[in-house]
Write a protein of this length. Structure first.
Length: 142
């Protein structure tokens, strides 16, 4: 798998030095599966209920997995326009997990994506779908 670059200051993939409150996860691209892979093991600071990863953290991981699938797979920058999630089972802290994201379709500037959070056995714990809109890279810089 190819290691993808971190985005400076990003809450999900920025480095701990750039964003001490961020998750600082590593991002990978699985070219064969055409998907982003984000391995993670949550600690207490990621929890909502004791021992269970907060739903907002799960959504943030899925959002980054989908955004990077577009960036690496389509070669463009995009922003989330709409996202929905289904939380199937509690996502536990302290166990190896993965967020997986991929592009489903593209029509002009609109890109449909999907993501899952899976456990070490591949069981789906949470599922997400999102619509992203392509943006000009210059518009992302201020």
């Amino acid at each position: 798998m190819e290691r993808l670059p971190n985005s400076s200051g990003c809450f999900v993939c920025g480095t701990q030095e750039e964003n001490p409150r961020g998750l600082a996860v590593a991002l990978y691209w699985d070219d064969e599966a055409r998907q982003t892979v984000i391995p993670f093991e949550a600690d207490r600071s990621w929890c909502g209920y004791e021992g269970v990863v907060h739903g907002g953290i799960q959504a943030a991981l899925a959002d980054d997995a989908m955004a990077w699938a577009i960036r690496r797979g389509e070669g463009i920058w995009s922003v989330t326009a709409r996202m929905e999630g289904t939380y199937r089972k509690p996502v536990p802290m302290g166990r190896p997990l993965k967020a997986l994201g991929r592009v489903v379709s593209r029509k002009g500037r609109k890109i449909a994506t999907e993501a899952e959070i899976v456990d070490e056995a591949g069981e789906i714990l949470a599922q997400f779908k999102a619509l992203f809109i392509e943006v000009d890279e210059k518009s992302l810089r201020r």
